[in-house]
Design a protein around this ligand. Structure first.
Ligand code: PEP
Length: 247
């Protein structure tokens, strides 16, 4: 039985003061045993948010890692550093990183492998552009992203897939629940091909793209959608309402 997982992606928002103030006000309202809750915060906030969440079930995630453990990689943070700091999740392959920072499928695969090796759960983002959807190549494209991200990743590893159509991120344009369900079902199908249907059945698949408290319930009710990766709405009290829709 898959648990719902709601993860907030704060992107480059909230300094440590703002982060701890916000988390202190919402943490009791979002703490849950029935649903996995993750806050993916900027690197500078990781430790203060982690400390602020002690005594709750809410997990902390980073938004990126590098695929080496240490060394001359100015500006980067490793999965090992996250693990040593009791950080539990990391977003890998977000479309903003793919597009703005030229992250390739190969780099994403290396990051996924490294995260898993250090016991960090990668939230692996995939999703098509508007142009790909208009040209009806979205399924083919997403299948390729998944296969490439999971090269040499065992089916017994813990990872999450986030389906995030690029045209729906930060635009206010949500995929309809049935559009999102269709792709999440395809994702589960490709996972069954890579591993087997029983393993695919256990993997959490999120939808992301302008999720808010008004559309969350319908999206999360879909059979292959196991929660959401939430950007803009995770910065406000709406995040609390989204979680209430999920539990
Ligand atoms: C995201 O950044 O992963 C995201 C889904 O953003 P938003 O909810 O703002 O569309």
């Amino acid at each position: 039985m898959r648990k719902t997982i709601i993860a907030g992606n704060w992107k480059m928002n909230k300094n440590p003061d703002e982060a701890t103030k916000f988390v202190s006000t919402i943490k009791n309202d979002i703490d849950s045993n029935d649903c996995d809750i993750v806050l993916c915060v900027p690197a500078i906030d990781l430790i203060s948010v982690r400390d602020c969440l002690i005594g709750t079930n809410i997990k902390v995630g980073a938004q990126n890692i590098y695929f080496e453990d240490s060394g001359a990689y100015t500006g980067e943070i490793s999965a090992k550093m996250l693990a040593d700091s009791q950080i539990n999740y990391v977003i890998v392959g977000h479309s903003e990183r793919r597009q703005l920072f030229n992250e390739s499928d190969e780099m994403i695969n290396k990051k996924v492998i490294k995260a898993i090796a250090h016991g960090i759960v990668p939230i692996i983002c995939v999703g098509e552009t508007l142009r790909q959807r208009e040209n009806h190549v979205e399924i083919e494209f997403i299948r390729m992203q998944i296969k490439n991200a999971l090269i040499n990743v065992s089916g017994t590893s813990k990872f999450v897939i986030a389906y995030e159509p690029i045209w729906a991120i930060g635009t206010g344009k949500t995929a309809t629940a049935s559009q999102a369900q269709d792709i999440c079902a395809e994702i589960r199908k490709v996972l069954a091909e890579i591993y087997d249907p029983n393993i695919a059945d256990e993997i959490q698949i999120q939808y992301g793209g302008s999720v808010n408290s008004k559309n969350a319930k319908e999206l999360f009710a879909m059979p292959d959608i196991d929660g959401g990766l939430v950007g803009g709405s995770s910065l406000t009290d709406d995040f609390v309402s989204i979680i209430k829709e999920a539990i």
